[in-house]
Design a protein around this ligand. Structure first.
Ligand code: HSE
Length: 430
């Protein structure tokens, strides 16, 4: 039986998970793969650091280059995250005739073209199942199982940390900071958690999905993203009263003028299937023209779910050795996709203003909205404290984003409005 020697770059949460999974299930995996896996070396930054996995000292190196250059290593498993030095090491590994398995969504979203081009030129493969949705087999689903479909839309929750925080806030159990701390302890959050909270991690993953689903090049900077840090308990409670939950959604849809690709906090009706995805779970709802709707649900973050996806790539790699066909590269055809600018979309909106409770305030705000042809579908102004500042919440019918932004800018300048208004898009409702 052939032995596949692995150079593991990184022994953090995911690297530790991959190491322990290969140790625990080595025999069963070898049976499945028709080849056995051996760790040839592990590159770490701090060899003396205490870790949950015990790795023989002789395997550790602080020089990842030594693995990338080692002719006895067949495949590099890159779990460093971030753009550099991961990009340089991956490109070098491909040039040195090694296949690459990576979980690095930032790298693929921002430098995917270069990486896949280098793989093609060197006759190597790049496997990236773990880059989106942790343990959920979304890459293989799009590349293989749904290949007969034209994909019309993807609605997804693909950041476990943000979903965990919003879930805990809506259950009223933890505040933002406490929930984030717990997500970090559980190994869901990125080393720099602002990537999770600001929507960038979801946008990286969405860029990869857009590329696979719509078969063309998608520039990462054209994927619009907003994060969850401006969502308050007050918004969660008002959304609840209207029958909605707030989720950080990554949305991609095909329309006649191009592709919409955006990451945004979103009000979803409580009955919507994605509104019921709680905690660190991820879910991806795909609509194909032949199959209809398909929902993939599972653990989108955490060491073992992600390690399970990394190891599935290693088994795929072993099974396809010597085969010309590769399920791993991005579609080669397709030019640049036309990604629509956010200002050209149409959406419903949740608007929350802090206003002085005084006669005529509502008519002032609604007349600005009316002038911009934005129609109100619902409203709440709960408390009545004449003369003091109270929240006023309006929901709108479908409105052009461009007009909405102009209207909000005007409303924020009214003397009866205090602070910045809150705007959250609504999906999936009447
Ligand atoms: N930080 C990511 C998340 C990990 O919270 O979903 C998986 O990519």
């Amino acid at each position: 039986m052939r032995t596949i020697r692995i150079g593991l770059l990184g022994l953090g949460q995911i690297g530790g998970g991959v190491y322990s999974l290969l140790k625990r299930k080595g025999r069963a995996l070898a049976r499945e793969a028709g080849a056995s896996f051996e760790i040839g070396g592990v590159a770490v930054r701090h060899p003396k650091k205490a870790r949950s996995v015990r790795v023989p000292k002789a395997l550790l190196t602080t020089r990842p280059e030594s693995l990338v250059e080692d002719p006895r290593i067949d495949v590099i498993v890159e779990l460093l995250g971030g753009i550099q030095p991961a990009k340089r090491l991956v490109l070098e590994a491909l040039r040195n005739g090694k296949d690459v398995v990576t979980a690095n969504k930032a790298l693929l979203a921002e430098a995917g073209e270069e990486i896949f081009q280098a793989a093609k030129e060197n006759g190597q493969r790049v496997f990236f199942e773990a880059s989106v949705g942790g343990g959920i087999p979304i890459i293989k689903a799009l590349r293989e199982s749904l290949v007969a479909n034209r994909i019309d839309s993807i609605y997804s929750i693909i950041n476990g940390t943000s979903n965990y925080i919003l879930s805990k806030m809506s259950e009223g159990k933890l505040d933002f900071g406490e929930a984030l701390k717990l997500a970090q302890e559980k190994g869901y959050a990125e080393r720099n958690p602002s990537l999770d909270i600001d929507g960038v991690d979801s946008a990286h993953k969405l860029a990869i999905l857009v590329r696979l689903a719509f078969g063309g090049k998608a520039a990462f900077k054209e994927v619009y993203s907003e994060g969850i840090s401006r969502i308050s308990n007050e918004d969660i409670a008002f959304a609840e009263e209207f029958g909605y939950r707030i989720k950080l959604l990554a949305i991609a849809k095909r329309d006649p003028d191009g592709i919409e690709a955006r990451v945004q906090p979103t009000l979803l009706p409580k009955s919507h299937i994605l509104a019921n995805v709680m905690g660190s779970f991820n879910a991806i709802l795909i609509k194909g023209d032949e199959v209809g709707e398909v929902l993939l649900y599972g653990k989108g973050a955490g060491p073992l779910p992600t390690a399970s996806a990394v190891v599935s790539d290693l088994v795929d790699l072993a099974r396809s050795l010597g085969s010309e066909w590769s399920a791993t590269s991005l579609p080669s055809g397709g030019g640049a996709l036309k990604i629509k600018n956010i200002s050209s979309i149409l959406s419903r909106y949740y608007l929350r203003f802090h206003v002085i409770d005084r006669p005529g305030v509502l008519s002032k705000i609604s007349s600005v909205l009316g002038r911009h042809r934005i129609s109100i579908s619902d409203m709440i102004q709960k408390e009545r404290r004449v003369g003091s500042v109270v929240p006023l919440i309006l929901l709108t019918h479908d409105a052009p984003e461009r007009e909405l932004r102009l209207a909000i800018r005007e409303i924020d300048r009214l003397s009866v409005v205090r602070g910045k208004s809150q705007v959250i898009r609504i999906e999936g409702g009447p």
